[in-house]
Design a binder for this molecule. Structure first.
Ligand SMILES: [Zn+2]
Length: 131
């Protein structure tokens, strides 16, 4: 495997359910049935020992923070400069993802939306876009 390339072969029940949601346009998370902590990306277990249940997230978030990547790994060098952002959702959960937008038009606190992004026929991920 070359440096900077991601191995997409991880295939757990949690990853399958996450990917299934994405192919249906849904952002799925898990929530602990004991302490109510929400996990995005989803986890199969809570650190408190409680069981988790699946919930559909409202995909709208606020831009919590971001950075502009000028020197990218070789596998995505053609995308640079690009933005990596942390969005904060209504339930307080924060998640890191690419943000597809003009870096000069970004402002902390602006509304963004987390959307599925089909990379090719076998790979799907998420990205933020401005609302
Ligand atoms: Zn818990």
């Amino acid at each position: 495997m070359d440096f900077g390339y991601v191995n997409w072969s991880t295939n757990t029940a949690v990853v399958e359910k996450w990917n299934e949601g994405l192919t249906q346009g849904k952002i799925m998370a898990t929530r602990c049935t004991s302490c109510q902590q929400v996990f995005l990306p989803p986890r199969g277990h809570c650190p408190c020992g409680g069981d988790v249940e699946w919930i559909e997230m409202n995909p709208e978030a606020e831009l919590f923070t971001y950075t502009v990547i000028m020197f990218a790994p070789e596998s995505i060098a053609d995308r640079a400069p690009y933005v990596v952002a942390i969005g904060q959702f209504e339930n307080g959960v924060r998640m890191l993802a690419h943000l597809f937008a003009n870096p000069n038009a970004l402002k902390v606190g602006m509304k963004v939306k987390l959307k599925p992004e089909q990379l090719d026929k076998n790979r799907i991920t998420v990205k933020y876009v401005p609302v």
